[in-house]
Design a protein around this ligand. Structure first.
Ligand SMILES: [Zn+2]
Length: 160
């Protein structure tokens, strides 16, 4: 049973928390149509693969393309930092989304899913039910939310 102080599905009114949420991000001087596109592209150093991912019509296609790229050799070590950088850019560059993230207050953010992702989120299918997902995306979101809130308080204290 979902607890009241937890957002455990990045859908409906909380879809903006998902990397599949369409939003414009400028990175490498290029425009990316979602944080999923950018994250998948950063998996590889191959310029042609990156371009293909950038041009994928939808985030789900970007994700599929990302499964078949030649991974950069240090990917496993850096992927969490890359995710953080990508998600940070998403919210910093889209103030309406940052506003909505801040409005989640102190709620615990969990990327609940049914596609067996227990690294970035927490899958609740019968098979994974007893596995506690690492929820790395949810943690990054909560961490950034705290950081954005502090930045805002600092600005307000300066009368900005
Ligand atoms: Zn599962």
């Amino acid at each position: 049973m979902a607890e009241a102080n937890v957002i455990d599905s990045f859908s409906g009114r909380y879809r903006l928390l998902s990397n599949f949420y369409p939003c414009r991000i400028v990175f490498f001087g290029k425009i990316w149509p979602s944080s999923e596109h950018l994250f998948q592209a950063l998996k590889t150093n191959d310029e042609a693969s990156r371009r293909r991912i950038q041009c994928a019509p939808r985030p789900v296609q970007a994700k599929h393309l990302g499964r078949h790229v030649k991974l950069r050799p240090d990917w496993e070590e850096i992927k969490e930092n890359v995710m953080r950088t990508v998600v940070q850019a998403k919210f910093q560059q889209n103030s309406n989304l940052m506003e909505k993230l801040l409005q989640t207050g102190e709620l615990v953010l969990v990327e609940g899913n049914d596609w067996h992702d227990n690294v970035w989120g927490n899958c609740s299918c019968p098979r994974c039910k007893n596995i506690e997902g690492e929820n790395r995306l949810g943690r990054i979101l909560m961490d950034l939310r705290e950081e954005f809130r502090k930045q805002r308080q600092k600005k307000e204290a300066c009368g900005l």
